[in-house]
Design a binder for this molecule. Structure first.
Ligand code: PMP
Length: 297
């Protein structure tokens, strides 16, 4: 599904076949989850294939590496160019791009000596459905900012996400919503969270969450559309039975949430802020003008 015998990736300073890349197995990345990655989307827009917010993603990759001491000798323009080349070499248009920075052999618990960069990409067809997620509050708490650099996108952090998603699926839900260590709503395993109540959107403040690039885009869209957004600490009790809610992230885009712990949100999705933001986000990534369209609606 992710690759076949013809797939080309960029790995360790060259383009190679995915089946022929040889990452070293004596490194901290594989053994301890000491690696940094990004998840980026390319869209087949009206103006050709465009990678959405690509500079922001590579800025965050640099920030993440620096946060945990992984050497980062890469230049944004070079990375952007390489990413487009990976798409081209694989003939991809609507795609997911996965850059990953791993460390060279070193088994000790010290910072990375050298790093290697991988850029892979795979097909990611346009999502057409109107699916609504049924969530449960996870029994796992989001990793603590006292223990991890929560704002960095570090591979090892995702064990927490895997535990939470699998638990939710095992319990018959679509996805989890995690609280932070103090019991406030944090985020999903791979997406940020917004809830609508009495004409205002609320989203967890930064601190225990990944500062999502989509979250920032949603806030920009809200400012442009005149929707009030407040970043604050949110208790689960404030979410149960609220008007509406959604997740947002590069992969998830903007996706509505139908219920939390089987308590349904009360507004019809089509009447919610989230639905309007979902449309605006789709137009934005496809480089269509959304302001004029929504003004007419
Ligand atoms: N939170 C977590 C834990 C994530 O993994 C992601 C996906 N990167 C997000 C939020 C959303 O971030 P972004 O919008 O930058 O993809």
């Amino acid at each position: 599904m992710y690759y076949n015998e013809n797939t080309i990736i960029y790995f360790n300073n060259e383009f190679v076949k995915a089946t022929e890349a040889r990452p070293d197995i004596y490194g901290q990345s594989l053994h301890y989850g000491y690696a940094v990655f990004e998840g980026i989307r390319a869209y087949n827009t009206e103006n050709g294939v465009k990678i959405f917010k690509v500079a922001e993603h590579y800025d965050r990759m640099k920030f993440s590496c620096e946060a945990v001491g992984i050497p980062y000798p890469y230049d944004n323009n070079e990375l952007i160019d390489l990413s487009y080349q990976v798409l081209e070499k694989n003939n991809l248009r609507d795609a997911y791009i996965r850059p990953l920075v791993i460390c060279t052999p070193n088994m000790s618990l010290t910072k990375g000596k050298d790093s290697q960069l991988l850029i892979a990409a795979w097909d990611w067809g346009a999502y057409l459905g109107d699916r609504m997620l049924n969530l449960m509050i996870s029994s796992y708490r989001r990793i603590s900012p006292a223990s991890f650099k929560v704002q960095a996108k570090v591979s090892g952090h995702y064990i927490n996400s895997i535990m939470a998603t699998q638990e939710a699926k095992d319990c018959g839900f679509d996805e989890a919503l995690l609280l932070d260590v103090n019991g406030f709503v944090a985020e999903g395993p791979g997406a940020n969270f917004f809830v609508e109540k009495d004409g205002v959107l609320y989203t967890p403040q930064l601190g225990s969450i990944l500062p999502g690039i989509t979250r920032a885009t949603v806030i920009e869209i809200c400012n442009e559309l005149g929707f009030e957004v407040i970043e604050k600490q949110i208790l689960p009790e404030e979410v149960y039975g609220a008007d509406s809610a959604f997740f947002c992230g590069t992969a998830a885009e903007v996706i509505g949430i139908g219920s939390l712990d089987k308590v349904a949100f009360t507004k019809e999705w089509k009447d919610s802020f989230g639905s309007k933001i979902q449309k605006a986000y789709k137009d934005l990534v496809l480089e269509k003008s959304y302001k004029s369209e929504l003004a007419l609606a």
